[in-house]
Design a binder for this molecule. Structure first.
Ligand code: PMM
Length: 302
């Protein structure tokens, strides 16, 4: 069986160290919200959020994704002012400490302030649909690295209040790919260089559980977008139905994504996904593990 549909594609505009990294990256999730999917309320004071961001990095996250607005189904929107208050001080401090930061926002105003505070990636779950000013901002903004930011465009069909009612597709994978293609074309038209773009199928956003599994199973069709791919499965509801630990299930999905050439996995718990991407990297490299004597390195001599 051929596991990979191609080499891992990665965007331009990443900090040194991540630009040339081989295999999938791990993005740690830092929600500074009182009401997110799974970690809401844990990091809504800046000091606690900064400490958690540093802990994600210490655990091996390559990037930290800072979000100030919950996208949980049914969630209300927060004001731009509140979103700015939540994310900017956290991004400023993490970036000052050398962390590669992305900002999870649908607002151009928040993206601009976050890039000025040191973020290098804009992660927009609406793919530019929620704010008509987003694409132009990303096209013209410059990060502290000197160039335009990386822009993650996720497949999206509407805000949290309506997305559960927008799960009708002819064929979910074909429709998601075609809707993403439309977005990518519009973003390029607005001046964003294709080399900075990352696509994301948006698991759980206007998708049923079965549709999420279809998107995972038909990875080759996502890869045909010919862009770096990010996957956000972490702790989402469809994993709960497996009746296993959701972080362990997330790690298994990270292995699937990394083996198929994903650029990045977005996760709450770093350790299971770090293990997954390292295993995938070894398989891809077909590397001979240095001989550490008889046995398998567990010290059991088996
Ligand atoms: N999922 C959530 C938030 N942001 N961003 C991207 N690019 N992809 C995702 O799948 C995604 C995201 C919702 O999950 P959370 O509330 O646990 O962060």
């Amino acid at each position: 069986m051929r596991l990979r549909t191609g080499r891992t594609r990665r965007p331009d505009g990443l900090p040194p160290g991540l630009a040339e990294a081989d295999g999938a990256l791990v993005m740690g999730i830092l929600n500074t919200t009182p009401d997110s999917f799974s970690d809401g309320g844990e990091h809504d004071d800046p000091a606690a959020a900064i400490a958690h961001g540093l802990a994600l990095t210490a655990a091996g996250a390559d990037l930290v994704d800072v979000g100030g607005e919950s996208t949980r189904p049914g969630a209300d929107r927060v004001s731009a002012r509140e979103e700015l208050r939540r994310v900017v001080p956290v991004i400023r401090e993490l970036a000052a400490q050398g962390v590669a930061v992305s900002v999870d926002t649908m607002r151009a105003e928040v993206a601009a302030a976050s890039l000025a505070a040191g973020a290098v990636i804009v992660n927009d779950v609406s793919g530019g649909l929620a704010d008509p000013d987003m694409a132009a901002l990303v096209a013209t903004a410059r990060t502290a690295l000197g160039g335009p930011p990386v822009y993650i465009a996720m497949h999206w069909r509407g805000h949290s209040d309506v997305m559960a009612s927008r799960t009708v597709y002819d064929d979910v994978v074909r429709d998601v790919v075609s809707e993403l293609r439309g977005r990518i074309a519009a973003l390029e038209e607005a001046g964003i260089d294709r080399s900075r773009l990352v696509a994301d199928p948006g698991l759980g956003f206007a998708k049923t559980g079965a549709q999420n599994w279809d998107l995972l199973a038909r990875w080759d069709e996502l890869a045909a977008l010919d862009l770096p791919l990010l996957l956000g499965a972490s702790r989402k509801g469809f994993l709960g139905r497996l009746d296993v630990d959701r972080d362990a299930a997330t790690g298994a999905i990270s292995a699937h994504a990394a083996l198929h050439g994903a650029w990045c996995v977005r996760v709450h718990a770093v350790a299971p996904s770090l293990a997954a991407v390292r295993v995938a990297r070894r398989i891809h490299e077909r590397e001979v593990v240095p001989d550490d004597g008889p046995g398998n390195g567990t010290g059991a001599g088996r």
